[in-house]
Write a protein that binds this ligand. Structure first.
Ligand SMILES: Cc1ncc(COP(=O)(O)O)c(C=O)c1O
Length: 458
């Protein structure tokens, strides 16, 4: 029986056990409740509101675009803003990722990537091609639609739907803090995690594998976890060796969140396909995209059938493309990538000071995509039991301090393991970072008291 705390109205809220404060407006890094309470959005919703809330320039642009043309169907028309947005996205994308297939969100983007990989091999090798499986990882999240969920390695999100999912192989994540190989350095963990890909390709037979998908910096599954550079070097080489496409899921990490245009740029690797969304439109409109390289585009669209058998009503929506183009122009003009790098570096350095609280097990991240993992015992890394509801208590304590986190669970064994993503807007100022840190620290001290009975000075 649920706690029935959600407002009683006609909305099918996601979680009936949550009481849902009503937000009146957003401005910069802040959200304002109808009771006047101010919240610092420390997670940008879910790494979405990258340029902050209430941007007047976007509002003005959106009005003009709606008046000019808000919707056309991709099957018939093209519009200047669709073409300009695609050109801008390709200017940002690495290597020869020169072709953008617009969708409306992250799950559609990863699902499109998976289908694009499958059609590529059919167009290249004929209908009998057996290359269809996508290797992915445990401790990953690639979306909630059935294809995307088939690639997702998060038991809690899969459990009810398991019988409906495609049987895609899963390998371990580059999760150094809880690595299964007993590695002592992050570099060793990265090497082992990359070797696991080769082992799995050989086990499945390369003829059956179309693609490998990975997040460059992990989002909600184990927030802030990232590999060393060697991981992507090895993975790129393995994919080339076995004729497997490399898909990088930048849905959370892309468009400046980590201080680079795409997070994979930290590792100087060029994937074959990038799936992206969220920060691309910074939440001002639903948006996503699948960006592919020349080889894939030419094989399907130039030398092949010329018809990608896939599509959605809102693909290449002119309003969404126009707004996304504006968002990217603002990020460039205001130098927010550099800000994410600078504030992110400072933020993570300060977050490391939180190890003084006994429930902080791991602090990690790149740029302004960071994560904290909570433990019962720092030396053994023992997680809390789910029944102790640490992430729930932490969230309530953060909200009381006017800080909005993005909590998660399951990082230790798929079920236990409380954590939180911290990913404020990338235009956050130093003063706002300090305000975030102060509220966060008080919330952590209070959570320590709640769960350990330990009175730790904040
Ligand atoms: C890495 C990653 N991939 C895919 C998705 C799915 O995106 P959406 O919720 O827009 O469908 C998410 C959402 O959080 C994500 O973080």
């Amino acid at each position: 029986m649920s706690a029935n705390k959600a407002p009683k109205n006609h909305v099918f809220y996601r979680n009936q056990n949550w009481h849902y404060p009503k937000i009146q407006k957003g401005e910069g890094v802040y959200l304002y409740g109808e009771d006047g309470k101010r919240y610092l959005d420390a997670c940008s919703g879910s790494a979405v509101a990258n340029i902050g809330h209430g941007n007047k320039e976007i509002a003005e642009f959106a009005k003009q675009q709606i008046e000019r043309v808000a919707f056309t169907h991709l099957s018939r028309w093209t519009v200047d803003v669709i073409e300009e947005c695609a050109a801008k996205v390709c200017e940002w994308a690495p290597g020869d990722l020169n072709h953008v297939y617009f969708v409306s969100g992250g799950s559609e983007a990863t699902e499109t990537a998976m289908k694009m990989a499958r059609q590529y091999f059919i167009e290249r090798d004929g209908k009998k091609s057996s290359k269809w499986k996508v290797i992915s990882k445990w401790d990953s999240y690639h979306g909630n639609t059935l294809g995307a969920l088939s690639m997702t390695g998060h038991p809690g999100r899969r459990k009810y739907y398991d019988p409906m999912l495609a049987n895609f192989p899963k390998i371990p994540q580059f999760y150094h803090y809880r690595n299964p190989w007993g590695c002592e350095t992050a570099e060793e963990t990265s090497i082992k995690a990359a070797e696991a890909l080769e082992t799995e390709i050989l086990r499945q037979g390369a003829d059956n594998i179309a693609a490998f998908i990975t997040e460059p910096v992990v989002g909600s599954a184990i927030p802030g976890v990232h590999p060393e550079k060697i991981y992507f070097e090895m993975v790129r080489e393995i994919c080339n060796k076995y004729d497997v496409l490399l898909i990088v899921d930048e849905v959370m990490a892309g468009f400046g969140r980590t201080g680079e245009k795409f997070a994979v740029d930290h590792f100087t690797t060029v994937p074959d396909i990038i799936a992206c969304a969220k920060g691309m439109s910074a939440g001002y409109t639903p948006m996503g995209a699948t960006i592919c390289n020349d080889e894939i585009f030419d094989t399907i669209m130039v030398k092949g059938s010329g018809n990608f058998v896939h599509g959605h009503t809102y693909a290449s929506n002119p309003l969404s493309c126009g707004i996304s183009l504006k968002v990217l122009e603002i990020i460039e003009r205001e130098n927010y990538l550099e800000n994410a790098k600078i504030q992110g570096g400072y933020f993570i350095e300060k977050l490391r000071e939180l190890y003084k609280y006994p429930i902080i097990g791991d602090v990690r991240g790149k740029g302004l995509m960071t994560g904290l993992e909570f433990v019962k015992d720092q030396s053994t890394k023992e997680p809390f039991e789910v029944s102790e509801n640490v992430k729930g208590k932490f969230t309530v304590n953060c909200l009381a301090e006017g800080i909005v986190p993005y909590p998660g669970g399951g990082s230790a064994d798929g079920v236990r393991g409380d954590d939180t993503l911290l990913a404020p807007p990338i235009n956050i100022t130093r003063e706002e970072v300090d305000e975030l840190l102060a509220g966060l620290e008080r919330a952590i001290a209070k959570t320590c008291e709640d769960v350990l009975g330990a009175n730790v000075e904040a």
